[in-house]
Design a protein around this ligand. Structure first.
Ligand code: APR
Length: 254
């Protein structure tokens, strides 16, 4: 692993045909959506992860959990994609590479709102809900009740829950398989804004590197998965991604 600037990363990207991008909470930090593990501002420094993001926590106090997700939904609705999200969407739309696929751990939908297509959402989406009893019912956007309690599933009467992956739950196997294939099948994997602490997503960069993929990490801080990277660019998503993926760098003045 070595550290370098956007220029070194551009050189790695230069000959790439297939590019995969794995994003985490840091991708949305500059959109005003808090990360999880930042010691000062991260959600898990302010709230109890197991109480708010686990099946047990939901069963214990559905209204508390539902209100917390309602608050996060509102925050996400007010947020806008940042320059990093937009640079990824633009590179895909303009066909900068033969393929560019985004795999995200984020549940905020900001990649899609920026215009990225076919995003693989490993941890679900905060806007959607589904039946806790798994009766197969899914809802695009449920109505919040004045009581703060989750709405009931019209099919079976159990609670609706956010359509996200909670601690202790398995990822959707199809999404995980697609993510593994996308990351390991790329020429270059860009890993943006993830601490690399939550599995199985955290295993994707190492598996990709083992498969011969060049791995570039974009993160202003050290992360657990730095050793998996060929190159680490220490910077933020909104600043570094446009520099990596934008058009040709300005030619030097003649
Ligand atoms: N640009 C890029 N990276 C940033 C930025 C930024 N502007 N700001 C912070 N980061 C980095 C941090 O240095 C950190 O490494 O983003 C990372 C965020 O890490 P986490 O908060 O742990 O988020 P993430 O890795 O996405 O967490 C994985 O854990 O709680 C669960 O389900 C939740 O999907 C989440 C999963």
């Amino acid at each position: 692993m070595k550290e370098g600037g956007p220029q070194a990363a551009r050189e790695l990207l230069d000959g790439a045909r297939r590019v995969a991008v794995l994003t985490g909470a840091g991708m949305s930090a500059e959109s005003g959506v808090p990360t999880f593990r930042d010691a000062q501002t991260g959600l898990w420094s302010q709230f109890d992860a197991v109480q708010l993001a686990s099946p047990e926590g939901f069963r214990a106090d559905p209204a508390l959990v539902w209100r917390w997700y309602a608050w996060r939904r509102e925050m996400v609705a007010k947020a806008a994609p940042n320059e990093g999200h937009r640079a990824l969407a633009r590179a895909q739309a303009e066909g900068r590479f033969e393929s560019l696929h985004v795999v995200t751990q984020n549940v905020d939908g900001l990649h899609q709102r920026a215009g990225s297509a076919d995003v693989i959402e490993l941890h679900g989406n905060i806007v959607r809900s589904r039946c806790l009893a798994e009766c197969g019912v899914a809802y695009a956007q449920p109505q919040d009740l004045p009581s703060g309690e989750p709405p009931r599933c019209p099919a079976c009467g159990d609670w609706l829950r956010p359509d996200v992956v909670w601690f202790g739950e398995l990822l959707d196997p199809d999404s995980l398989r697609a993510a593994e294939e996308t990351c390991a099948g790329a020429d270059v994997l860009l890993v943006v804004g993830t601490s690399g602490l939550v599995y199985p997503a955290a295993a994707l960069p190492t598996a990709a590197r083992r498969a011969g993929v060049r791995v570039i990490i974009v993160n202003p801080h050290l992360s657990e998965i730095d050793p998996a990277a060929h190159l680490v660019v220490r910077g933020t998503a909104a600043r570094v991604l446009p520099a990596l993926l934008g058009g040709e760098p300005e030619s030097p003045a003649r």
